[in-house]
Design a protein around this ligand. Structure first.
Ligand code: ZN
Length: 157
């Protein structure tokens, strides 16, 4: 006779969630700055795309000028975001979680399909203030207050 309520040796979803609870960061500021410039880049792109549609539908010098300005703005924002993303490190593995370095990613790493792991992490921070390091698979929460042990670790930087 088969029993329905037999216990499985696999951990339940609740236990798994507890095992991979989001950690806090010693300092969330570098992450916020990188994501801020990335969001400026996105805004510039949206502006340029809108101006491009205007140029196609109703060609005018003003629309063309706005498109060029938006493109220049998003290029500048992308450059600043690039520098900032390279200077952000995971507290555990010292990898760059906001930028793919070409190193092999962790089994738990995820991405939103057309985008890279780094871009997905930034979109995740923009939407939920959380991200997963693609190299060590740890979850981080930018809103979580740093623990007493982490305080003073990165005060100098
Ligand atoms: Zn990591």
């Amino acid at each position: 006779m088969l029993k329905d309520g037999c216990h499985s040796p696999m951990p339940s979803q609740q236990q798994m969630a507890r095992m991979h609870r989001a950690r806090s960061l010693p300092s969330a500021r570098p992450f916020r700055i990188a994501v801020f410039f990335f969001s400026l880049f996105c805004l510039g792109l949206i502006g340029a795309a809108t101006a491009l549609v205007c140029v196609v539908i109703h060609p005018s010098q003003t629309a063309g000028l706005i498109m060029l300005c938006c493109m220049a703005f998003s290029t500048l924002a992308w450059l600043l975001a690039f520098v900032k993303r390279r200077n952000v490190f995971c507290p555990l593995c010292k990898g760059t979680p906001l930028m793919n370095s070409g190193a092999r990613t962790h089994l738990r790493a995820w991405r939103i399909r057309p985008f890279s792991h780094g871009t997905s992490a930034m979109l995740s921070i923009l939407a939920t203030q959380k991200f997963r390091c693609m190299y060590c698979g740890s979850d981080y929460d930018l809103l979580k207050a740093p623990t007493r042990l982490l305080q003073g670790v990165e005060n100098g930087s």
